[in-house]
Design a protein around this ligand. Structure first.
Ligand code: GAF
Length: 378
């Protein structure tokens, strides 16, 4: 990176490099903005940002993937309008840093990433968190504040009403562990995974245009469910507060679609807890079944799956050594995550690639999901 940095900006003097990982979510999908539970792991796929002070008043950011440069006077950053491209992530972070009392110093940034974009492995959060660390310019922010600031950048500047999962795991990821996040208290606990198993992500290579509008729709439908259920039961402020019994009691009064959305969230929260228990007991069959149940719920009740994801889940279950599989991330394309015996991983990859190619004439990318550490300086 130093060589490229030097070529681009003339000098790499004082260069520092930061890394923030993507993630795969094992279970707990579309529960974070409902203040429930999620269980992601940070990946060794990551975004790296190299930075050094610049001699003028400019902030320059170069994306190696896009081969594009953006630049602004540092004084302009507070008033910036979104450009509706990749640069909104670092620019949104810069704006939030200024609002939090961290003026942006003139600097050059070089961004490189191994997190595939639009794959449901959280390339956006990896870009936000690594940019924030670079733009802090040696100043420090506590880890939770860092995650929350990056979430605000995505919500306020990029305009995506996301939950906290992706930024949180990018900051708090831990090698060899999954992280169970309580999205209300914003605390977490590390979850050891059973020996002899592994997780593999398979990329459909599709991202349907629907993804961001449908995400907004789901957020609104969950709010409608809370409003409806809250009329009957006191103290319901989010779907996190709703028990399966309460939901069953009010279901007839809710719009049918809204009731199904709520049912997904309420049952998915419960599955996260049961998955963590099954993991502690080494009950691989139960872990796999919960992943399959999660997928069915996302497909039928939450309606965020698609033909390609459903195919991959179905095909995975027929392969030797597989315990369970589900879509991961926002949905409408991106990846599945599959739980399987570690010694079956190689054969699994070959078989799932063949099956997907036969069906869609597209070669899916396969990623080993080795739980890795969260963001930091390199
Ligand atoms: C996207 C969002 F950014 C997350 O906050 C989360 O809601 C996820 O979709 C679905 O679980 O990655």
């Amino acid at each position: 990176m130093m060589e490229i940095f030097q070529q681009l900006f003339g000098s790499a003097e004082g260069m520092r490099t930061f890394r923030a990982p993507g993630r795969v979510n094992l279970i707990g999908e579309h529960t974070d903005y409902n203040l429930g539970f999620v269980l992601p792991v940070a990946l060794d796929l990551a975004t790296t940002v190299a930075t050094a002070p610049s001699r003028d008043r400019m902030l320059r950011i170069y994306s190696q993937q896009r081969q594009e440069m953006r630049q602004w006077k540092v004084e302009e950053l507070a008033e910036l309008a979104p450009a509706h491209d990749w640069s909104d992530y670092p620019a949104g972070v810069a704006r939030e840093l200024i609002l939090a009392g961290f003026p942006i110093q003139p600097a050059n940034l070089l961004i490189a990433s191994t997190v595939p974009e639009g794959s449901g492995l959280s390339s956006s959060a990896a870009l936000e968190v690594s940019s924030a660390l670079a733009l802090l310019h040696g100043r420090t922010l506590n880890p939770l504040e860092l995650a929350l600031l990056c979430q605000r950048a995505e919500r306020n500047f990029v305009g995506m009403p996301c939950g906290i999962m992706d930024q949180y795991i990018s900051v708090f990821g831990r090698r060899n562990c999954a992280v169970e996040i309580d999205c209300r208290s914003q605390g977490h606990r590390l979850v050891d995974l059973p020996a002899g198993i592994t997780f593999v992500a398979v990329n459909t290579m599709v991202k349907h245009a629907l993804a961001s509008s449908a995400y907004r729709e789901r957020v609104a439908e969950c709010a409608a469910a809370v409003a409806g259920i809250g009329q009957r039961f006191r103290g319901v402020e989010s779907l996190r507060d709703v028990s399966p019994e309460q939901l069953a009691a009010v279901e007839p009064q809710l719009m049918e679609t809204v009731a199904r959305r709520a049912r997904h969230v309420v049952t998915e929260d419960d599955r996260v807890g049961r998955f963590v228990e099954a993991s502690a007991a080494g009950d691989l069959r139960q872990m796999g079944q919960l992943m399959l149940d999660s997928h069915a719920s996302l497909r039928d009740d939450y309606e965020v799956s698609c033909e390609e994801l459903d195919f991959l889940v179905q095909a995975a279950t027929a392969i030797d050594g597989v315990y369970g599989s589900r879509m991961t991330g926002g949905g409408f394309g991106g990846c599945t995550v599959t739980l399987l015996r570690a010694d079956s991983a190689k054969a699994f990859a070959a078989k799932i690639v063949d099956a997907y190619r036969d069906r869609f004439d597209v070669t899916p990318a396969v990623y080993a999901c080795q739980p890795s550490d969260g963001a930091g300086a390199l």
